[in-house]
Design a binder for this molecule. Structure first.
Ligand code: SF4
Length: 114
């Protein structure tokens, strides 16, 4: 699930300073891309897309499938209870679990064909 955030949300997440929220964002975006926090920046909408891992997980999802920035997570992630069912869990967990199951089934199917 690609997560888009505003500069204000990046401030609440602790990645930029308050004086940067309404300023020019292109250099900030470049820095955050280099730091592995965001994947891209849309200068027209001024929205940042959080980095995702190869499997589609958000970069802030830990190995226990818990959000490592849960207290400061972006508003789209606060769609609870529509997106998530347990405190601390990433709202993309359900989809990710389905993806993992599909990947496993696909791998098993490929292995059966060998
Ligand atoms: S809840 Fe946390 S881990 Fe999940 S998408 Fe949002 S920021 Fe990423």
């Amino acid at each position: 699930m690609p997560v888009q955030v505003t500069s204000e949300e990046l401030f609440h997440m602790g990645f930029i300073e308050s004086h940067q929220v309404n300023g020019p964002l292109k250099r900030i975006a470049q820095r955050l891309i280099r730091s592995g926090i965001i994947r891209s920046f849309n200068s027209r909408t001024r929205l940042f897309r959080l980095k995702q891992l190869e499997n589609g997980d958000c970069v802030f999802l830990d190995s226990n499938r818990l959000c490592t920035i849960y207290e400061n997570r972006p508003s789209i992630c606060r769609g609870f209870p529509f997106n998530s069912v347990r405190p601390g869990f990433c709202p993309s967990q359900r989809r990710s679990a389905v993806q993992l199951a599909m990947q496993k089934a696909s791998t098993e199917t490929k292995n059966c064909k060998k």
